[in-house]
Structure formats: structure tokens, C-alpha cells
Ligand binder design. Structure first.
Ligand SMILES: [Mg+2]
Length: 267
């Protein structure tokens, strides 16, 4: 009996030890979100699907001058049409950075990685921008990468040229006036609706394209900036999916964003 109990104890201890050894530690190389974006055909099929639908909708929204994808934009019939795109994971595919960067994330790490000029396009974006421009549509690129001066560099916003270079290297010509970063102008903080409203003064916004809920919906982040007055929550975002139901796939085109984004911090 004693021998049996001893054997049972040893077996139980062995199982506990085995369990302890197998406690998972986070590894970006094994992160399913990273692997899916980097390796799956499904990801590319999905981004091409989103951009394909947007491309097919171009003609309809250019022709319908009463249409705006910007809630609240009125009297825009005589303004030239424009599309607004987010940049990271919407235009530039940063999955290779997401796998290798040293946690925690810093904007400077992304800046230095991007200066290596090894980013890839999100599949479908080059074709979409080409088609939009052929249809007479202006493309604006909005990123929340912030302007930040480095002690060893003269430019007040070296990140802007890096972003412009990154977009151009994908095969998308772009001029600086069509690219905006957070903090580039007073009041341009992390809430993109401020910059969307700025563009909407001169253009009819026919489409929004992004990989983050906050690329579309105002005040959708946990960390909030004017004109928002409180943090978004999972519940408020779920309600906003319904509130803006008419736009999804119809003026608003959301790409998959499993690696990072505002969804990771809301509660
Ligand atoms: Mg993005």
C-alpha cells in the first residue's frame, strides 16, 4: 500500500513538473496573428477581397455626388472626390516588424525598421490606388505615427519623410500634402476624425479604408483626445458597429487587424 502511494505521489509530481515545463511563454514568432498575416493565403485573399469591393464601388460613388462616407458631411456635391486610407497594415504591411521588434513597442523602433526600406504592400492596395486615381479620386493617407524630433536629427518630423518614402517604395507615388501624421499640426492628436474633418472641407469623402475600427468610427479608442470626452469600451464599440451599419462594405472598407490596434486596449 505504501509503495502504491509513493508511486502515485511520484507520478503526480512528474505530471506537475511536466506541466510547469510546458507553461507557454509569449513568442512573436509563434503568435497566431503574426503567422496568419505573414504566411496565410487567407490573409492575402481577404485583403484583395476588401480592396476589390472598394475598387468596384469607385464608379458608383464618384457618380453619385450626393454620397459621402463621412457622417455629417453635407453640401459636398461640388467638391472633388477623395478616399482616406490609414497607412500601417492598410497600405504598408509591417508584419515583419511586428515579429522581430523588442517588446514593448516604441514609435522609434518602427521608424528605424521602416528606414531599412523592407516593407511590403498590403495585397490589393496598389491596384486600388491606381484605379481610384484613374477615376479622378484623390487619395489621402492618415497615420497615427507621431511626429517626434530626435536629438541627433534636425527635422521636427523626420517620420513624415520615412512614411512618404515607404508608400512610394510600394509603387504608389505620393506627395507630402496628401500624407498626415499625428502631431503634425496643432490639434492633430490621436483622434483621426479631426483630420478627416479637415480634408472634408475641400473634398467629398467617398471612402474610408483602414485596419482599425478607429480609422472609421470617431471616439473609438481607450485613450481619447479632443473632441472625444471619454474612453471607448467594448460595449460602446459594439453599439457603434450597429450605429454605422450602413457603411460597412459600402463606403467603409475594413481590413483584418489581428496583430495590434485599438481593440487590444478597450475594456
Ligand atoms: Mg493601421
Amino acid at each position: 500500500m505504501k509503495t502504491t502511494r509513493t508511486l502515485a505521489s511520484v507520478t503526480a509530481l512528474s505530471m506537475l513538473t511536466a506541466c510547469a515545463v510546458e507553461v507557454p511563454t509569449y513568442s512573436p514568432e509563434k503568435d497566431l496573428a503574426h503567422l496568419w498575416v505573414k504566411n496565410s493565403a487567407d490573409y492575402e485573399a481577404l485583403t484583395r477581397q476588401v480592396y476589390g469591393v472598394a475598387q468596384r464601388d469607385l464608379e458608383r460613388f464618384v457618380a453619385d455626388t450626393s454620397w459621402s462616407a463621412m457622417p455629417g458631411q453635407t453640401d459636398a456635391e461640388n467638391l472633388p472626390p477623395a478616399v482616406i486610407l490609414d497607412i500601417d497594415e492598410t497600405v504598408i504591411n509591417n508584419v515583419d516588424f511586428q515579429v522581430v521588434f523588442e517588446r514593448p513597442f516604441t514609435d522609434r523602433q518602427l521608424e528605424m525598421w521602416d528606414r531599412q526600406h523592407i516593407a511590403r504592400p498590403v495585397p490589393g492596395v496598389v491596384e486600388f490606388i491606381t484605379a481610384a486615381r484613374e477615376a479622378g479620386v484623390t487619395a489621402f493617407f492618415l497615420t497615427n505615427r507621431p511626429c517626434e524630433q530626435y536629438p541627433d536629427e534636425d527635422s521636427a518630423c523626420p517620420q513624415k519623410q520615412t512614411v512618404i518614402d515607404g508608400i512610394r517604395e510600394l509603387g504608389i507615388p505620393v506627395e507630402p500634402e496628401f500624407v498626415s501624421l499625428a502631431l503634425e499640426q496643432p490639434g492633430w492628436q490621436g483622434e483621426k476624425v479631426v483630420r478627416r474633418q479637415h480634408i472634408a472641407r475641400d473634398y467629398r469623402i467617398i471612402m474610408l479604408v483602414g485596419d482599425d475600427f478607429a480609422d472609421f468610427v470617431p471616439c473609438a479608442r481607450n485613450s481619447f483626445y479632443p473632441p472625444c470626452t471619454e474612453p471607448a469600451t467594448r460595449a460602446s464599440r459594439a453599439a457603434d458597429v450597429q450605429k454605422y451599419e450602413q457603411y460597412w462594405g459600402n463606403g467603409w472598407y475594413i481590413l483584418p487587424g489581428p496583430m495590434h490596434g485599438s481593440w487590444t486596449s478597450v475594456r
